[in-house]
Design a protein. Structure first.
Length: 566
């Protein structure tokens, strides 16, 4: 029987198309590495699909976290046989052993050097089993006790609680600066801040909240847009923890009456992550919020952030225009900045001069000139924009249209041959037109310059390992009827920490401003008339976009209805 290649297996399974395979082969030849890694990077297959295909190709068993079989024996001292650092570096974990053999779960069982190293280290014959990379990494963290270490470190902060009553009183602000610094540099405080941040990164959190109350601290992580309470440290350590974070962020630790901003970076085993820090004074002390900016978790690719195919087609048509204004709308935390960055990545070429002005600059993009707004020294969005127009730009990104002056300069730039991208706070796409008029921009100027409007929201994706199928009682919402008879709801498993959701996608309204819509804007037509015309042209509302995601199994009906007003 002929030995089948991994690409052939994936083609036969219908998981990829021939053009996708050819694209992955080109990337593999260019960057090196393996074909499976190239396909995962392009987003055409998942880790688990590659694992299943490899298992069939090599005739090796494969396991996943959801199957319950990726679980090391707890009574064989396997952690002593294979150290944590080695397991993490090589993405492998021991599952069980006999007198002369060791079963090891691996992402790449064809790595002969790793197999040889395992034999030498353990003095055992190695029985390889294939498992998804993410599942192995999660099992490593759980097996080697990172979560347990975090819990123990939190519990230790309460060990001497009675002896620290006076220190809680001191936290009202009576500590001297020298004592403040000394406490912040104590080993338990340094260790605890490190563990809080690393545990948040491990959990996939986007934000850490450290909030003082009258007699306790609250520690919360925002995961997939939802805040979850974690075991909090002792309130006696609040001032020391805040001081440690402020020292790392180069903030003024003596100033506790005014809000401050700062930041620092942390290096994990595989990547460097930016942290943005914000502090505000509350009646019980300073509250700290740490924003985790992990670029590797954010797909800065228009094709991967969650647009439906028809939405993506319209969006690409709009952003490739030679000039005009592209607006992204939605509330704070709806992913507007990510979509803007993905758009810049799509448009970026050596032939384009791209300049951005942001507050703050969240991710640093190679080949793009990014400017941080500094209002305290007079560098506002409007001031930066005036300078940009003398820098021979092709594409300009403005973090947010906040006032008439900024809006006017954006319009002027859009009308003089530049493509301008920006954000606006409105509830839907069509309302952006009214918002610009309310700011003070005349209708004729809005009609002449506006090219594309995208309104978006982030929704949680159902965990693919445990989602449950069911038939809803009602299939019509807001006048929109779902065509699918069976949809899915969350259940919860080990892979998603028994939440039922894992990761986020977006739902969107995408309106391309063509001649007919431009004429309606010019003639001061109502929003209802503009929306009616857009729907005739195939425009999807946020609700319609969300229901499409429900039908294809990406999310649940409850999740969409909790975000979109019906």
């Amino acid at each position: 029987m002929r030995y089948k290649k991994i690409g052939e297996i994936l083609l036969l399974e219908g998981l990829i198309s021939s053009p996708q395979l050819e694209e992955a082969i080109k990337i593999q030849r260019k960057d090196g590495g393996r074909l499976g890694e190239a396909l995962i990077k392009l987003g055409y297959v998942t880790d688990e699909q590659i694992v299943v295909a490899l298992g069939k190709q090599l005739g090796i068993p494969y396991v996943t976290l959801s199957s319950g079989k990726l679980k090391p024996s707890s009574d064989q001292d396997l952690q002593d046989l294979l150290p944590y650092d080695f397991a993490l570096k090589n993405i492998c974990i021991p599952l069980s052993r006999t007198i002369s053999s060791l079963t090891v779960a691996m992402f790449d069982p064809t790595d002969l050097i790793l197999l040889d190293n395992l034999r030498k280290m353990t003095s055992c014959d190695i029985n390889p089993i294939i498992a998804p990379r993410a599942d192995i990494l999660k099992t490593i963290e759980e097996f080697y006790g990172k979560a347990k270490i975090f819990q123990e470190a939190i519990e230790e902060t309460y060990a001497d609680e009675p002896a620290k009553v006076e220190e809680i009183k001191e936290s009202a602000g009576e500590l001297s600066l020298d004592r403040l610094i000394a406490r912040a540099e104590e080993a338990p405080v340094v260790k605890l801040v490190d563990l809080i941040v690393r545990q948040a990164i491990h959990e996939g959190a986007s934000d850490i909240h450290l909030e003082p109350q009258r007699d306790r601290l609250i520690l919360r992580y925002r995961i997939d847009g939802v805040l979850y309470e974690m075991p909090p440290p002792s309130p006696s350590l609040h001032l020391a923890l805040v001081s440690r974070i402020k020292i790392l962020s180069r903030m003024d630790i003596a100033e506790k009456r005014l809000p401050q901003d700062g930041g620092f970076t942390v290096k994990t085993d595989t990547k460097v992550i930016d942290l943005r820090i914000s502090s505000i004074p509350t009646i019980y002390g300073e509250k700290i919020v740490i924003r985790i900016l992990d670029k590797s978790r954010v797909p800065l690719d228009l094709a991967q952030i969650g647009f439906l195919p028809q939405e993506l087609e319209v969006a690409k048509k709009g952003v490739t225009a030679p000039h005009g204004l592209v607006l992204l709308t939605g509330p704070t935390g709806s992913g507007k900045t990510t979509t803007l960055y993905a758009t810049l990545n799509y448009l970026k070429t050596p032939k384009k001069n791209i300049i951005t002005t942001e507050d703050p600059v969240e991710y640093r993009l190679d080949g793009i000139n990014q400017v941080q707004v500094r209002p305290e020294i007079g560098l506002s969005f409007a001031q930066a924009l005036r300078s940009f127009l003398r820098q021979d730009p092709d594409i300009i990104l403005v973090g947010e249209v906040r006032d008439l002056e900024t809006a006017e300069i954006c319009m002027r730039a859009a009308l003089t041959g530049h493509l301008v991208l920006s954000t606006l706070h409105t509830n839907d796409a069509v309302s952006a037109i009214v918002r610009l008029v309310d700011i003070g921009i005349p209708n004729y100027l809005v009609a002449s310059s506006l090219r594309l409007i995208i309104a978006q929201r982030l929704i949680r994706k159902l965990c693919p390992s445990c989602k449950q199928a069911y038939e809803p009682k009602t299939k019509e919402f807001g006048g929109i009827k779902m065509s699918s008879g069976v949809i899915y709801k969350p259940k919860g498993c080990q892979l998603c920490n028994f939440i039922g959701y894992k990761g986020r996608s977006l739902i969107a309204e995408v309106i391309l401003v063509d001649e007919e819509i431009r004429e309606l804007i010019y003639n001061k037509a109502s929003l209802a008339d503009i929306s009616k015309l857009a729907r005739k042209k195939g425009f999807f509302s946020l609700l319609a976009s969300g229901l499409k995601k429900v039908e294809d199994g990406t999310t649940s009906l409850d999740e969409v209805l909790s975000i979109v007003i019906v």
